[in-house]
Design a protein around this ligand. Structure first.
Ligand SMILES: C[S@@+](CC[C@H](N)C(=O)[O-])C[C@H]1O[C@@H](n2cnc3c(N)ncnc32)[C@H](O)[C@@H]1O
Length: 310
């Protein structure tokens, strides 16, 4: 018996873990290639492999694409890595930098309680780690160990690089606790078991979609905000290009499902509403069955949807 869904090894902002139990029943029963075109932390693609893996033909693959290069590089690395060795290297590096190990020693050892968090304990060691990563000149194994640790020990597990390409977030509140470790182990297991491919492209350039393929699109939502939407942002043009892109996926007799938000704090994504009329709308909510999103909007400030062409 394996768990229903597994989490991403990176606690990715905007991650879809909590919605998986609503998304998968709305996905096609059978697909050829599965393309998670805005993969982020990879939680949809990785669980799709577990759901569809047994049906997938020899030549079909699970494609994880994202424009963020560091994450894709990390996934590629994990796919080829010896996982025991990687986790061992992670633990050795934590020791070497003198970062906290609450799973071994507990919070009391560090003289703080868990609600306050480990920021004051790890600040100095974290800055050393960040500097070593940003200075470069390290082997690819070390680079990926440090990248992973920056996410684990960094602010809200977020990923942010400045315009000079340097990781620039401060220390966070947590460490490589038992939960992070098991997420990493599970993620590694699945990534090596199935036929994954990793792409680091703007979605407009992912052009090899074929009949029978399924594209899952979870772009930044224009009317809400998140870190990955801060620099440069996601514009109206991006939305319109994505709608055209999905029209072309539809024209190829492939399937797509688009996650998005139609209303947020009384703002409506008008272009989305106009475009989605041709397709099927599913409102995502835990206890809500009415498919009229406007009446839903009166009850809560955010209406999250899935739009499908099947
Ligand atoms: C909502 S997040 C996806 C979260 C993901 N479904 C998960 O569960 O972790 C949106 C992603 O789109 C990526 N992105 C932004 N612009 C993009 C573009 N033009 N092409 C491809 N990916 C892009 C961002 O880097 C971010 O990872």
């Amino acid at each position: 018996m394996h768990k229903k869904y597994i989490r991403s090894a990176l606690n990715y902002t905007g991650g879809k873990y909590k919605l998986l139990s609503q998304l998968f029943p709305l996905f096609p029963k059978k697909v050829n290639n599965f393309i998670d075109i805005f993969a982020g932390g990879g939680v949809v693609g990785i669980n799709a492999a577990r759901e569809y893996g047994i049906f997938a033909g020899e030549h079909s693959s699970f494609i994880l694409n994202d424009i963020e290069p560091h994450v894709i590089k990390f996934f590629k690395f994990l796919k080829g890595a010896n996982h025991k060795q990687f986790i061992n290297d992670v633990e050795k590096t934590i020791e070497r930098y003198g970062l906290s190990e609450t799973s071994k020693y507990g919070y009391e050892h560090y003289g703080i309680d868990s609600s306050k968090g480990l920021g004051s304990v790890n600040k100095e060691a974290f800055l050393k780690l960040r500097e070593a990563y940003n200075n470069g000149n390290i082997g690819s194994n070390e680079e990926q160990v440090l990248f992973y640790l920056l996410i684990v020990f960094g602010f809200n597990n977020q990923i942010r690089f400045n315009s000079a390409g340097k990781y620039n977030l401060p220390v966070g509140k947590r460490d490589f606790n038992a939960s992070m470790k098991s997420k990493l182990e599970e993620f590694c297991e699945v990534i090596s078991e199935y036929n994954f491919e990793f792409l680091n492209e703007d979605f407009r350039l992912v052009d090899n979609i074929k009949e029978g393929d399924f594209v899952y699109a979870d772009p930044p939502y224009r009317i809400t905000t998140a870190t990955y939407n801060e620099n440069g942002g996601w514009t109206r043009e991006d939305d319109l290009d994505l709608f055209n892109y999905l029209n072309s996926v539809n024209a190829k007799n492939a399937k797509f499902a688009l996650s998005n938000v139609v209303i947020h704090n009384n703002r409506e994504n008008e272009e989305l509403v106009k475009w989605m009329g041709k397709y099927n709308l599913h409102i995502l909510n835990y206890n809500y069955n009415n498919s009229n999103y406007q009446s839903k909007a009166r009850q809560s400030s955010t209406v999250e949807v899935l739009i499908t062409n099947y």
